[in-house]
Design a protein around this ligand. Structure first.
Ligand code: FMN
Length: 188
């Protein structure tokens, strides 16, 4: 199974970094698959630490893709890293080994310490829509424009019917990026 999460890391001088990552789950083991080049991979190689954050505030996913990476963090309890204050739960990882690859290395980890902060509130279609739209936007340059338009149109149905303020705000941030891309690349 793949879980869409926010991974927090630090570099060797302790600067935190947050990024959405699809984590492959295998029992109590996890595999992080960062594409090269990326800060998450560099940080993990430098400090051998990472935290998985389980979040229902989809503004954090959309924010990371639209230049809004300043989200409140707290110090992890067992490793030198941070977790998101807004996380429902977080899992501090021990990196077990790394399978290197020119495109997408595989980082094998195990859960060292897991903390629940607040209860899961149930599934929400607008949150799903924002996550899917964020993934589309992270791949805009690789996807046919007609596919992007069709998928966003479909996702907007669930968004319209079920969104709260956070989901509406996250959607607006993502759609601003889509509009810019449309004017600068598609209509240019
Ligand atoms: C839901 C979601 C899942 C993602 N999963 C991955 C992933 O597994 N690997 C990856 O390299 N990028 C993934 N991305 C894109 C990264 O978050 C984005 O490219 C980010 O900037 C990573 O680079 P960084 O570590 O330099 O910030 C995902 C984006 C979203 C919205």
């Amino acid at each position: 199974m793949i879980q869409e999460t926010i991974v927090t890391t630090v570099n060797s001088t302790g600067d935190p970094h947050i990024a959405p990552m699809g984590i492959h789950v295998r029992g109590d083991k996890f595999v992080i698959l960062p594409f090269r080049p990326c800060s998450t991979l560099n940080n993990i190689l430098e400090t051998k630490t990472a935290v998985i954050n389980y979040c229902d505030d989809v503004r954090i996913f959309a924010g990371c893709l639209t230049g809004r990476r300043e989200w409140p963090l707290k110090k992890a309890e067992k490793i030198e890293c941070h977790y998101l204050e807004g996380a429902l739960s977080h899992c501090e990882l021990q990196i077990e080994h790394i399978e290197d690859d020119e495109v997408r290395p595989m980082i094998f980890c195990k859960a060292l310490h897991t903390v629940n902060h607040r209860p899961f509130q149930g599934f929400n279609r607008a949150q799903f829509a924002v996550i899917e739209a964020a993934i589309l936007i992270s791949r805009l340059h690789m996807l046919p424009w007609a596919k992007v338009e069709a998928e966003l149109e479909y996702l907007h149905i669930g968004l319209e019917k079920t969104a709260g303020e956070n989901e509406k705000e996250a959607w607006r941030w993502l759609m601003a990026v889509v509009e810019d891309y449309k004017h600068e690349v598609i209509q240019a």
